[in-house]
Design a binder for this molecule. Structure first.
Ligand code: HEC
Ligand code: HEC
Ligand code: HEC
Ligand code: HEC
Ligand code: HEC
Length: 495
């Protein structure tokens, strides 16, 4: 402990010097980054000149050669100072950080990002992607799902194709951990992992964070305005197909073009809202410490991974995201009549499209049920059949396509276009219509119930990736609307 105090004194005394040094460092990395971006742009191939899957099999060979110095992990856009591959010992484990950052560690540990490398759905798709592209796209996935694994060169094609259990036993690696985020010193773009990883400045461990007044006995701290802004998250939460340029995921751009960005409401405001307490056990008591739950929507996987508290937080967030209402319901209807009704779904809580992210899976839909006074179901649309939402379901989803216009369920590496996208804009709404015939013998009044449901991927996709029955996909009910429709007997049509 005495040694640690000595070290603390030394670090504090060099703090001012460090801030100046950091500026020089930032300037240098930014300059390197500009050069990097230039090289890649200068060598950009016209999209039309690249044919189908070949792009993945021979990912722009010439580009790779010219960009090698600038983008050491091509096609991922991660960078390091001097474009070098880092050493595993440059990084420490989250458990170690957790020794002092107790509460932050506890929260982060149960987030999806903590498990971004070790979760089964990612690894199953990664294996398929790696095989389909003969490993040429391997670094792409790795750079966002395990930044430490990528920048230290530890993740190989063989490791990418191994099972979660095998790699955890023989070669454990972190997902998006403390070091992944707090060693980011700058960014060189707004997608595909365009972060600059700088674990050491002046040879000492350095953490980039949101505080101007943070002093730690264990590591240097550098104030980073980037960490307080949404464009920090953009590096990973905008995914562009590296060869066809299709906008695979656009969570950051969706936010940027919304009222939230105009009003300065950031990703951090909603996903790291803060608690009163200590950021570190020996640090000062603070009124607002950024929380690290990173709650999202994936209750299915969190629950599967035994993170029930985090799963519940995801359900709570989903419940606050949307509103559903019946619109212009008829006063009363007759038995035998064709009824048309409309349901309005509003995105009231998400700072991006609803849903956002992983396009192969994320789906929100209306499950409308109508029953009569005897409890007999007279109509339903939006049930799950054979592991998918049934045909005709009023859903909100993006659909990717290949060069021939075929819809892609899973082979995102073949994507060259977006076929359709009817997800709900931030603060926007969409009205969907239904029509059904009231049975002649229905007994009034009719009860209407519209559930708004979410799943991160269909049961069919989970069964395909992991084997039937391996993962039970949860249909999370986000919210619900109910109404009654009176039946006019006397007006009943005689058949
Ligand atoms: C020996 C205790 C200790 C360990 C171990 C430790 N830290 Fe810290 N850290 C602190 C203290 C104390 C602070 C200052 C807290 C405050 O001011 O509220 C701090 C602050 C920080 C900050 C905020 C910096 C800023 O400028 O906003 C970050 C980020 C951080 N630590 C990351 C880490 C990471 C990542 C690890 C693991 C590699 C780690 N820490 C390990 C004690 C520690
Ligand atoms: C106004 C609050 C708000 C802001 C701002 C916001 N989010 Fe969200 N986010 C939500 C809510 C609510 C959900 C749950 C509903 C959903 O899935 O969209 C969510 C869900 C998510 C999900 C999971 C989506 C899924 O279905 O898999 C991710 C990832 C995410 N947000 C990232 C971000 C990023 C990155 C930013 C900044 C660019 C951001 N969010 C800004 C409220 C917000
Ligand atoms: C996905 C990226 C990400 C991960 C992973 C992450 N952090 Fe953070 N952390 C941030 C951001 C961004 C902020 C600043 C949030 C803000 O200013 O609103 C932050 C803030 C902090 C702070 C300062 C909190 C305060 O308000 O004083 C500390 C300390 C910290 N993180 C430590 C850690 C530790 C320890 C871990 C791992 C257990 C970790 N972080 C994991 C992104 C991350
Ligand atoms: C180094 C890359 C990286 C950075 C930086 C990053 N993320 Fe993530 N994030 C990921 C990956 C990868 C996943 C998906 C993990 C999985 O499900 O396998 C994810 C998942 C999430 C989820 C959970 C989504 C769900 O479906 O439940 C939320 C919420 C989220 N991130 C928010 C943020 C916010 C807010 C920031 C900025 C403060 C941020 N992320 C920065 C890579 C990153
Ligand atoms: C630029 C960063 C980035 C790259 C590159 C990337 N991903 Fe992701 N991935 C994310 C983020 C962020 C999410 C979370 C989005 C959300 O919650 O909807 C995610 C989610 C996923 C999911 C859903 C996981 C779940 O738990 O539901 C899978 C599977 C996945 N990615 C596989 C891959 C594969 C395979 C590759 C390579 C072909 C890849 N990703 C490349 C950032 C990235």
């Amino acid at each position: 402990m005495a040694g640690m105090q000595d070290r603390g004194a030394r670090v504090r005394s060099t703090l001012i010097g460090l801030h100046c040094g950091a500026l020089v460092l930032l300037a240098a990395t930014l300059f390197a980054a500009l050069v990097a971006v230039d090289l890649v742009l200068g060598d950009e191939q016209p999209v039309a000149a690249q044919a189908g899957n070949d792009k993945w099999l021979e990912p722009a060979r010439s580009r790779l050669m010219q960009a090698r110095e600038a983008l050491p992990f091509f096609p991922h856009r991660a960078n390091t100072r001097g474009n070098v591959v880092l050493q595993p010992q440059d990084f420490e484990s989250a458990e170690l950080c957790g020794a002092c950052h107790t509460e932050i560690y506890r929260q982060w540990r149960s987030s999806m990002m903590a498990q971004a490398w070790d979760e089964p759905v990612y690894r199953a798709l990664l294996k398929l992607a790696s095989e389909a592209t003969e490993g040429r796209g391997d670094t792409f996935c790795t750079g966002c799902h395990s930044p430490v694994g990528l920048t230290t060169g530890q993740i190989t094609t063989a490791l990418n194709r191994s099972s979660v259990e095998d790699s955890a036993r023989d070669h454990p690696l972190p997902g998006v951990d403390c070091e992944s985020c707090h060693n980011i010193s700058a960014r060189t773009g707004l997608d595909n992992g365009a972060y600059v990883m700088t674990p050491r400045a002046h040879g000492r461990p350095t953490k980039f964070g949101p505080r101007q007044d943070a002093v730690s006995p264990y590591h240097d701290t550098v104030y980073s305005a980037l960490h307080t802004r949404s464009d920090f998250c953009a590096t990973c939460h905008n995914v562009t197909h590296p060869f066809s340029s299709v906008a695979v995921e656009r969570t950051y751009d969706e936010w940027l073009e919304s009222a939230y960005s105009l009003n300065g409401e950031t990703c951090q405001d909603c996903h790291m809202p803060g608690f009163a307490g200590r950021a570190a056990s020996m640090g000062p008591q603070r009124e607002h410490v950024a929380s690290h739950w990173f709650s999202g929507a994936n209750a299915t996987l969190l629950s599967h991974l035994g993170r029930e508290e985090a799963a519940q937080r995801a359900r709570d967030l989903l419940a606050r995201a949307a509103r559903i209402e019946f619109e212009a319901l008829p006063e009363r209807v007759r038995p035998g009549q064709d009824v048309r009704l409309a349901v309005r779904v509003s995105n009231v809580g998400a700072g991006h499209k609803l849903p956002t992210g992983f396009p192969e899976g994320r789906e929100i839909w209306i499950d409308l049920r109508v029953s009569d006074a005897r409890g007999r179901q007279v109509y339903r649309l939006g049930a799950v059949r054979d592991g998918e939402t049934e045909a005709g379901t009023r859903n909100f989803k993006v659909h990717l396509g290949d060069k021939d216009g075929n819809e892609l369920d899973i082979e995102v590496w073949n994507a060259t276009q977006i076929l359709s996208d009817n997800r709900i804009l931030p603060k926007g709404y969409i009205v969907r219509e239904f029509s059904f015939r009231v049975p002649a013998d229905a007994v009034g009044p009719l009860s209407l119930r519209a559930d708004l449901n979410y799943w991160p991927f269909s049961q069919k996709l989970a069964d395909f990736l992991l084997g039937a029955g391996a993962l039970q996909v949860e249909v999370t009910r986000m919210t619900q609307a109910r109404a009654r429709l009176a039946l006019s007997r006397e007006l009943a049509r005689t058949p």
